[in-house]
Design a protein. Structure first.
Length: 385
């Protein structure tokens, strides 16, 4: 990472601790609580994430638990929780979301110590309310949640569970089946990327700074992220403790349609473009996911001809990385390994990134060229470039 891009961060250090006077700790966030996707068929989607990604079944709510308008399946792998929700009412907000966007991320839930204070702090700073604080109880205790709107139809829920010892949330019961695929080594959510329309990146980065107390960790312009044909711009926003990172992308002018523009066209508006999930052994994780049918972007073989010159000595076997299409990049703190899935549904919208950090705190700037060329090749196949 280039230090010239860190000018907007005050007192930042690479251990993940950052103090900036303007925000201080008015909204301390412990981590990502869960990510909820609205999907057309939650039962089938749950089977896919179990089989292909190695998620484990955790909890369920639906008709059998007294919920009449939806069903939700909760899956877990290490610290990652996914909630897959489908509607029963064709006129519901969930149905509208799916008709408009296809399967996509609706809720990015953040784990906080005080959901009421988090709501009040963000509302008074200009957030638009999604849900006032409410307490849900069962025999395991109480969970307090509140929520605000962010880009597009995406929302942030604040989840306070310090007085709760249950499996997930009140209203959910344990979900068990005989089908239990093994995990693929996914550990936690590293970052989540939002795509917004042209001219909106600065507005939403300002939202995260002023409303949620985040800081701009790094900025990429169209000179950093571009090819002969397409370009985009991005600002990476980070929480005070560095546990939450939200890059915000917007399209930049180019000869052809960029990946962000394609996303906005097919998602019909701003939304979460991809979820980056961390692993401690990317070769194992990617090889397992490939065996289970997950499709990844193709990385041209010539990419690996210059890896040694660009990143220096690495612990991994370069031939193994080339075999699985895993890219490498280095910054001042170390290096990282990363790979991107193809879109996980028919619309070219949501995809996943698999990332392993070996000290690096950056986002693979040295891989942008190869990544964009791979994405453009897929766009050309789809006739959307």
């Amino acid at each position: 990472m280039e230090t010239k891009n860190l000018t907007e961060v005050k007192n930042f250090n690479y251990s993940g601790e950052k103090i900036f006077e303007k925000a201080k700790d008015f909204l301390p966030i412990n981590g990502t609580d869960y990510v909820e996707l609205y999907v057309g068929n939650a039962k089938q989607a749950a089977h896919y994430y179990k089989t292909a990604f190695g998620f484990q079944e955790l909890a369920y709510c639906g008709l059998e638990t007294g919920v009449r308008d939806r069903c939700s399946y909760v899956l877990q792998q290490d610290k990652i929780r996914l909630v897959l929700t489908s509607p029963f009412n064709p006129e519901s907000d969930i149905s509208h979301h799916i008709r408009n966007h296809g399967d996509g991320v609706k809720v990015i839930a953040l784990w906080v110590d005080d959901a009421t204070d988090a709501y009040e702090q963000t509302i008074k700073r200009g957030a638009r309310s999604y849900m006032k604080p409410k307490a849900d109880k069962d025999e395991h205790g109480e969970v307090v949640t509140s929520g605000i709107h962010t880009y597009g139809e995406t929302i942030h829920l604040f989840v306070e569970r310090k007085n709760y010892n249950g499996l997930f949330l009140p209203g959910f019961e344990k979900w068990e089946t005989e089908y239990k695929p093994t995990p693929t080594g996914l550990k936690y959510i590293d970052h989540m990327v939002g795509n917004v329309e042209l001219g909106a990146m600065n507005r939403w980065s300002k939202f995260y700074e002023e409303v949620m107390g985040f800081a701009n960790l790094v900025t990429f312009d169209d000179k950093d992220i571009s090819t002969e044909y397409t370009a985009l711009m991005s600002k990476v926003m980070t929480s005070g403790n560095g546990r939450i990172k939200f890059p915000i992308n917007e399209p930049a002018k180019g000869k052809k349609k960029s990946q962000v523009e394609e996303y906005l066209d097919f998602y019909h508006g701003p939304g979460c473009q991809h979820i980056a999930v961390a692993t401690d052994d990317i070769v194992f994780t990617v090889s397992e996911m490939r065996k289970r049918g997950v499709e990844f972007l193709y990385v041209p073989g010539k990419y690996y001809d210059t890896v040694r010159d660009r990143v220096g000595i690495i612990e991994e076997d370069l031939n193994e990385l080339k075999k699985w299409g895993i890219m490498v990049d280095r910054d001042e703190e170390g290096y990282l390994l990363q790979i991107f899935t193809k879109p996980i549904e028919d619309r070219p919208t949501l995809f996943f990134e698999i990332i392993q950090r070996k000290g690096a705190k950056s986002f693979g700037k040295g891989n942008f060229q190869a990544l964009f060329e791979s994405i453009e090749a897929e766009q050309e196949r789809r006739g959307t470039l």
